[in-house]
Design a protein around this ligand. Structure first.
Ligand code: MRU
Length: 342
């Protein structure tokens, strides 16, 4: 695949692909301190739940390696102070807190730079295997001749490689299965138009761009066989929090009898949050919505929505496919030890 890597980690140097500039320019940001990492996450230079987690883990390593070494404050306390600042960068994707917690847990057992570096590298390496496993489980849903609608970008750019929602697509494409993808534009920041349509086309997948408000029309015409999206958090009851507009698709799928699938790694499962209404939904700058609007009117900009579990056909994870009742199926799948494809 010709898609540039989202995150480059070489000899303790962290570079993030600046996704704000895609597809026009392939440009990397050098991350040399915590503030730069927080800014990159907040402004969506790096985005997508798993990529945010990986970037955060490496950012802690970079920031700790540049910290003043003083005997007065312990390694863990210095790490905790940085972690608290980083944790607030974006509130909705649980992978951010998950990755930070993993780095902190490692430091609790072994408080040194080498240990947290190993942990960040492990998170990154696991992500690659997890995406491959999601693809292997999910590709059986991609039948010859089908048309898949996806929303936002849960692609290679949102992870280390292959993507979550796109992993079954890339693996099916590699197997020679003929299928077609519709990519929603994904207002207001156009992750679908700028990122998903771009990366699928770069990989040679048959992709067609549509505006968000066209999905109903194509479903009514029986032109969409399934919807497949990623997620930023799945709560204990199976509610799915994802890019604003995902709920619209799930409601449409219910009306038109189209299966609604979600793909995610286990790091996106949040068993400690009972249901979607308990998840903090990021509300971004209204300027992103106003864009070229002529009038200076108020605008609202929630970045994510909650799809209730009962609208979800199944959730594809690295451990297998969870089907309703999702709460039980997810608890069962997530309790499986180890990783597939080690
Ligand atoms: O605001 P973004 O671009 O970070 O939102 C990304 C999404 O909503 C993705 O669908 C989700 O993070 C899954 S990425 C594998």
């Amino acid at each position: 695949m010709n898609i540039p890597k989202t995150i480059i980690w070489e000899r303790d140097s962290l570079q993030l692909l600046d996704q704000r500039r895609l597809p026009g320019a392939v440009h990397y940001l050098q991350i040399s301190n915590l503030e730069q990492a927080i800014d990159a996450i907040r402004t969506l230079a790096v985005r997508g739940a798993p990529a945010i987690g990986i970037a955060a883990a490496y950012a802690l390593v970079v920031a700790m390696s540049r910290e003043e070494h003083t005997t007065a404050v312990s390694f863990q306390d210095r790490l905790a102070a940085l972690a608290e600042r980083l944790r607030c960068a974006r509130p909705t994707a649980v992978n951010l807190a998950w990755a930070i917690n993993r780095v902190q847990a490692r430091a609790a057992a072994d408080p040194c730079l080498g240990a947290i570096r190993d942990e960040a590298e492990a998170i990154h390496a696991e992500d690659r295997r997890i995406c491959r496993a999601i693809g292997a489980h999910g590709k059986r849903l991609i039948t010859p001749g089908c048309t898949v609608l996806t929303h936002c970008n849960a692609g290679a750019l949102a992870v280390s490689e292959l993507g979550t929602a796109t992993a079954p697509l890339y693996l099916s494409h590699a197997d020679g299965v003929p299928f077609r993808v519709f990519a929603d534009e994904t207002r207001p920041l156009l992750q679908g138009a700028r990122l998903t349509a771009w990366e699928l086309a770069e990989a040679g997948v048959d992709v067609t761009l549509i505006c968000d408000n066209m999905a109903a029309t194509f479903m009514a015409r029986n032109e969409i066989d399934l919807v497949l999206v990623g997620t930023d958090r799945v709560t204990a009851n199976g509610d799915v929090v994802n890019k604003i507009g995902t709920l619209n698709l799930a409601v449409l799928c219910h009306h038109y009898g189209v299966p609604f699938y979600v793909a995610c790694p286990s790091s996106t499962f949040d068993p400690d949050t009972a249901c979607g209404k308990d998840v903090p939904i990021e509300e971004r700058d209204p300027a992103e919505v106003l864009g070229t609007a002529a009038a200076r009117v108020p605008a609202r900009n929630p970045a994510f929505d909650v799809t209730p579990a009962d609208l979800v056909t199944a959730i594809i994870t690295e451990h297998g496919i969870a089907r309703p009742p999702l709460a039980d199926a997810l608890a069962d799948l997530m309790s499986k030890p180890g990783l597939p494809f080690n």
